[in-house]
Design a binder for this molecule. Structure first.
Ligand SMILES: [Zn+2]
Length: 292
């Protein structure tokens, strides 16, 4: 299996921006961490793909959060991603599987009555949040998001194939955006190229470069290739910081009642255990005035 990679390219005389990625390993890591069943895998995997693609559109230390909730059985679908290719995410209810016609299953899991929130941390004073109503068709909903919130014509193709043993065989994503200088001719070429594409799961059997060649023959230029991965940067220390914000009384109460504190990271399902001694250390830190 080739490593998860994302390629940024420009096509048709730099009139078209393209991002193509394969993230099969990221999806398999999500399955391993969250024990997602196939419909949950398909939905979480595709939103992870969008996170990695949109993360690649950010700069340096910027980051974003994607939150979908369509009032369906999966509950919230949350993905965090950054410009370094790291994405992490979860669904509230991972044990969801529907059998039947491929395209409709995602919508059955997500639900069709709710919102996609895109929250961008561009390392400015405030976060940027956009919210759009969703249909449960992930590629279509993100296409609409780009049109509504970023005024950009975008084509998105997402594919995931889950094997009978509940592992991901192939996962990939393709985003194509018309840049403001795109000519009528380019738009026509692109429409034709998109119509002639093989179906999504066959398309992503190809490598990133083969996908670009299939679409643009030789009229493209690769700008950057970067590794992408499922990665959560949580730590015991980070959870200790948030426990400290609870204050002495609350920590003492937890110590007396349970003699320990167990925390699970939603994003990666990693467990953190705080013993009575750990709790005492936190309380001491608050009392010493080291923590805010
Ligand atoms: Zn974590």
């Amino acid at each position: 299996m080739e490593k998860d990679t994302l390629v940024k390219a420009l096509a048709y005389n730099s009139e078209v921006r393209v991002i193509v990625c394969h993230n099969t390993e990221s999806v398999n890591e999500a399955i391993r961490r969250h024990d997602t069943w196939p419909t949950a895998t398909s939905v979480l995997g595709k939103v992870l793909t969008m996170g990695q693609i949109m993360g690649a559109m950010l700069k340096n230390n910027q980051a974003l959060t994607l939150k979908l909730n369509g009032n369906g059985p999966l509950g919230n679908i949350i993905v965090d991603a950054n410009a370094s290719g790291d994405a992490r995410g979860y669904v509230d209810f991972p044990h969801i599987n529907f059998v039947g016609n491929g395209g409709l299953l995602d919508a059955m899991g997500i639900g069709q009555d709710g919102f996609l929130d895109v929250i961008k941390d561009l390392k400015m004073k405030d976060l940027f949040t956009s919210s759009i109503a969703i249909t449960g068709d992930i590629a279509r909903d993100f296409t609409y998001y780009f049109m509504e919130s970023e005024q950009t014509h975008t084509a998105i193709i997402l594919a995931i194939q889950v094997d009978v043993d509940n592992t991901c065989l192939v996962s990939g994503g393709l985003l194509i955006q018309l840049l403001p200088n795109a000519t009528e001719d380019t738009i026509r070429f692109l429409e034709k190229a998109l119509t002639n594409l093989p179906n999504p799961s066959t398309l992503f059997m190809k490598t990133n470069e083969e996908v670009l060649q299939t679409l643009f023959a030789s009229s493209y230029e690769i700008i950057e290739t970067q590794p992408i991965q499922f990665a959560c940067h949580c730590s015991k220390d980070q959870f200790a910081r948030s426990l400290i914000t609870l204050g002495v009384d609350e920590l003492l109460a937890m110590k007396q009642e349970d003699h320990k504190i167990d925390i699970t990271c939603h994003y990666c399902n990693e467990h953190y255990h705080f013993t009575e001694d750990d709790i005492d250390t936190l309380i001491k830190e608050i009392n010493d005035g080291k923590a805010k």
